[in-house]
Ligand binder design. Sequence first.
Ligand SMILES: NC(=O)c1ccc[n+]([C@@H]2O[C@H](COP(=O)([O-])OP(=O)(O)OC[C@H]3O[C@@H](n4cnc5c(N)ncnc54)[C@H](OP(=O)(O)O)[C@@H]3O)[C@@H](O)[C@H]2O)c1
Length: 293
Amino acid sequence: MNANLPNYTLNDESTLPMIGFGTYHEEFGNNLLPIKAAIDCGYRFFDTASLYETEKYLGQAIKESGIPRKEFIIETKLWIDEADDPRAALERSLKRLQMDYVDLYLIHWPRATEDNTDHWKEKNQKTWTQMEDLVKEGKVRHLGLSNFLPHHLKNILDHASIKPVVDQLEIHPGYSQDAAVSFCKENKVLPMAWSPLGRGHSKAPEGNAILSELAEKYQKSTAQISLRFLLQKGTLPIPKASSPEHIKANLDVFDFELTEEELWMLTCMPQTAGLGEHPDFSIPKMKSNPENI
Ligand SMILES: NC(=O)c1ccc[n+]([C@@H]2O[C@H](COP(=O)([O-])OP(=O)(O)OC[C@H]3O[C@@H](n4cnc5c(N)ncnc54)[C@H](OP(=O)(O)O)[C@@H]3O)[C@@H](O)[C@H]2O)c1
């Protein structure tokens, strides 16, 4: 089954299904089942990263599905410690995915050091230029960014000959990142929402009450209200789920519409801190695992 989701049109006129499937690893382990269940439910756009160590399971699930590779949109990312050599990083990812190209290749994180200098700017420009070569060689179809706030994104836009099509940011009710979302939209870069369900919980009780009220009104779950909110804000959510019910329910968000007032209420929910590290102030300590092939 292909869910035939509506699409977003990107700045290069290509399209992306309005909902993707996240594969950030904790519950996945070496478990292919959630990815297989997602394929069966009709998801065709999958997000992974060299850091997640789920590329190989995604590749295997796609191969075993018997569905042609070209029907899938595969997005992966290079990690901080791979940024000097995107070609080698991509080769490792392709090997794990058992593929000869990826649809979207993203820089996972904008800053690799905590110092206050502008070294990250030059570094990101160099990485980007090398990634542009990978597009010209047909190994990557489109380029994108992840966790790039407006100042990081502008640095790429000012130097790119191939424009990023997406910027993946932490966005969910209670962490709406309006400045970054607006900047993306003004520059025709599609904001993609990671942890769109706040990892399945919210730190803001008042926010939960709003979500619960709306869930009651529309006879949907609070997760579905969150996803609908993100869609109506013009962002592309990539929820992860391991339960078959959740996997299915997360696509069932196209038969109702939140009012403008409800969108404002959700946008103005008490803002929680982000669940992840802040791109400027806290550098993730994780390292990629080049042995993981
Ligand atoms: N670029 C980045 O730096 C970055 C960072 C983090 C994540 N990401 C990407 O974003 C994806 C999604 O983010 P995430 O995995 O952190 O969190 P998430 O999608 O916000 O939340 C996942 C959690 O929500 C639960 N859930 C899913 N659907 C549900 C539903 N319909 N009702 C109730 N609970 C539901 C899941 O439970 P079950 O598993 O039990 O179904 C799981 O515990 C990741 O997998 C990854 O691909 C990117």
